[in-house]
Design a protein around this ligand. Structure first.
Ligand code: SF4
Ligand code: F3S
Length: 377
């Protein structure tokens, strides 16, 4: 074992011996700020009253858990989103607290030393560590299209998943295949859930996902020792339970039938609904309209651009981004007719369809257009 690796392991042991409370104190976070974070996090996770105290106690006493983060076919946007620090917040510190065992982009070590550090961390915490994956996994031709240290992503995932307590698939590529799986899918890309069958898996989709959603899910894992409640697509319900459309501040214009028809017309200037410019908000489940991005500054629709549906399966293949709504195809008539019968709009009918066909949507590649929806309803 090299001297450098020994000192890294010593540093690892020192860090692991600290509680999160000690870590916060060292970084100048007050008890009051920490309690405020726990209150807002339990509210965001829709946990029952009293959970903030439970979270505060559990997080304060938590010792640094081992996290192995593997990056496969991805663009590093997920890491950028999650680590992009706008201020030294507690959310950032949680990431600092947990994230340094092995992460291709963030770790200091490189080459053989990095691989040895990973092996050591996995061995020491076998059965207990959290495995985070971003990127899809190529399966065609034995998985040769993406390798790290001479080993395929397939091989690395299998090895790391075997000793994990739970797996978190970060970003739409890891959760649903994402861009690498878009037609014609040259590498035979698949999501994590297609390969890991014997561990709890949580999907945090988005291209990229919101950093705070990641932090919330990790805070839940540290507090309760398990992943939060999830929907049929494995997403934490607290953050993906509502559609963008459900919470959009432009919804009042949608309900009045006031739509921008071009990016520079009067409707666009007045902030009208972007549905006719291709907004996929009615079929997209994510927390962008409430949590927003960049410390709550804005989100795509607030910046004048339609939602692309980046947190839904197959969004790259679900029709043009700038044509009025198209949704992943699955069973069609029944849900739309039901939604139509209670007098909701085409967008809401499409959202209902999308919710009812979540599992099918993961596999489906064909799309139907808003015109099809109008005809069927
Ligand atoms: Fe907002 Fe898009 Fe829904 Fe319009 S269609 S209200 S812009 S989410
Ligand atoms: Fe993605 Fe739509 Fe949010 S494009 S970032 S889910 S507003």
């Amino acid at each position: 074992m090299s001297k450098d690796l020994k000192s890294m392991e010593q540093e690892h042991a020192n860090r692991n011996s600290k509680t999160f409370a000690e870590h916060l104190e060292q970084n100048g976070i007050s008890r009051r700020g920490f309690l405020k974070f726990c209150s807002s996090m339990t509210a965001a996770l829709a946990l029952p009253a009293g959970s903030a105290d439970v979270m505060a106690k559990a997080l304060a006493a938590a010792r640094r858990p081992t996290v192995i983060w593997l990056s496969f076919q991805e663009c590093t946007g997920c890491t950028e989103s999650i680590t992009r620090s706008y201020s030294p917040t507690i959310e950032n510190l949680i990431f600092d607290f947990i994230s340094l065992d092995y992460h291709h982009t963030l770790q200091v070590a490189a080459g053989q030393q990095a691989e040895e550090a990973k092996e050591h961390a996995m061995k020491e915490s076998y059965g207990k560590y959290l495995l985070i994956v971003d990127g899809s996994i190529p399966t065609k031709d034995g998985g040769i299209y993406s390798t790290i240290a001479g080993r395929t992503n397939l091989d690395l995932l299998e090895e790391a998943a075997a000793g994990a307590a739970a797996v978190v698939a970060v970003g739409t590529c890891a959760a649903y295949g994402g861009l690498p799986m878009a037609k014609p899918d040259p590498t035979g890309a698949v999501p994590v859930s297609a390969l890991v069958k014997d561990k709890p898996i949580m999907n945090i989709p988005g291209c990229p996902p919101i950093g705070l959603v990641m932090t919330g899910a990790i805070a839940h894992f540290l507090t309760f020792g398990r992943l939060p409640d999830m929907d049929e697509l494995g997403r934490p319900k607290a953050f993906y339970g509502d559609s963008i459309h459900d919470r959009c501040y432009r919804r009042t214009f949608y309900d009045q039938g006031l739509f921008a028809k071009a990016f520079d017309d009067e409707g666009a200037r007045k902030g009208w609904c972007l549905y006719e410019l291709g907004c996929k908000g009615p079929t997209t489940h994510n927390a962008c309209a409430t949590l927003k991005w960049n410390d709550g500054v804005s989100f795509p629709i607030e910046s004048g651009h339609p939602c692309l549906g980046c947190s839904e399966p197959n969004f790259w293949d679900a029709g043009s981004f700038y044509e009025a709504l198209s949704v992943p195809q699955g069973r069609t008539g029944e849900t739309i007719l039901k939604a139509g019968a209670i007098g909701v709009g085409v967008g809401a009918a499409a959202a209902a369809l999308n919710r009812s066909n979540k599992s099918a949507a993961v596999e489906g590649r064909e799309t139907i257009t808003v015109e099809d929806l109008k005809r069927e309803s």
